[in-house]
Design a protein around this ligand. Sequence first.
Ligand code: SF4
Length: 223
Amino acid sequence: MQFSPFLKVEVPVTFKDQPGVQSALFYTDIRVCNLNCYQCHNRKSYRGSGEKYTYEELSEKLEMLRLLGVELIIVSGGEPTLEKKLREGLEFLKKKGFKVRIDTNGTNPEIIRELIEEELVDGFAVDIKIPLLENTENYTPEQLRRFKTILYSKTDVDDEKIFNYVERVKRTKQIVEESGLPYNIFRTVRYPLLRESELQSISENVKSVPHQINPFYPVEEQE
Ligand code: SF4
């Protein structure tokens, strides 16, 4: 019995995630991510054991989704680019005739480039969580404190970690822009820790790909 890289959890079907396209959401292991964002919904709400769909189960699920008119499979996480069997899973989805979008935090530009070159994806939703300044020396200490909380939920993090995040997301952004894939989108959460002017500067820095600003919903603490 071969396991796919996708978690065995409820698969939401939505028109909203990729506006106007009937999409279904699959998740790689939600617990696997290289960031620890402020009030991460996915990680805080997941209570499962990490069990994955077998390819047989996945195949049945996909046939059902096809009957519901689903055209696009959105792969979310965790951070999907950290999933070792991601390629194998994407090949399976493509062979079944679905379009595929990957939701990523943008910190793995090398993998993103490879997936584009291998024609395994039709787009990426890339989170741009903080302004990506040309020169990282221009961040103020006060900004860095807030950005550390947004990305790592704490302030005792080396500045270098933030600079490294910025450089990697900038590279991803450029690769995704140049790819011209039809389902590309950049997204920013309106974190209470982000200033309005910072949100504006993120938007202004995004040209050829749609930019969506999503509301921030505090996580309800669970027992
Ligand atoms: S990148 Fe996404 S999954 Fe990872 S901690 Fe941030 S919000 Fe959660």
